[in-house]
Write a protein that binds this ligand. Sequence first.
Ligand SMILES: [Zn+2]
Length: 242
Amino acid sequence: MEFRRLTDRIYYSMFDKEADRPVLGYVSGQKYSFMVDAGNSKSHMKAFHEALDKEGFKRPDMIAVTHWHWDHTFGMHAAEGITIAHEKTNNKLKEMAKWQWTDSEMKKRLETKVEIEFADTCIRKEYSLLSEIQVVTSDLSFVETMKIDLGGITAELHQVESPHSDDCVCIFIPEERVLFIGDAVGVDYYNNCFLDKDKLRSLIGAVEGFDFDTCVLGHAEPMSKENILNIMHSLLNRQENS
Ligand SMILES: [Zn+2]
């Protein structure tokens, strides 16, 4: 796993398109270390732990997820610290924790459009044994916002309106001027890739309000505030029939 330095106290591991593994973030406080997103499996979490061990960094004391999608949450059961999610995220995870992970049940969920093709394909790539899938809710949950003092550095969790999913959380690190944005800038794959422009407008307002230089995205290279706002504005101006 490739581990990259963003600032003195913020690192991340790269996304991997093969089984849709997202970027995982790491914030190093004097007291606590903090991880953004839990990865898509136990082995994704393990690879992250090993990358930290290799650098001599402490394994995360706290792990917060940005939204419910499998690639960001299915590694949560393998976390060693305290896990944190928005209440809406946990509601969805609670529902998914009851799902059975067999070939036939997964096919049924595709037929009934409970699950989407892309997630099904990637889940099958990540898990050679479907029975290893474990979905859990987080230890702590919050609504709206949560601030965590990590020791000399703060993690601010903010629920934002997003066209990607109803439970999106952005994590702002004011001291380093970094915003973890997850997949918030994206269409809703669970609703025929619908782009809700009202929600996008609301997200643009929220992102403009954070005082950051760099944002970290779930499945792309980090980018400047100017770039992410340009992307959001071009999405907003997209012609739906083109
Ligand atoms: Zn997502």
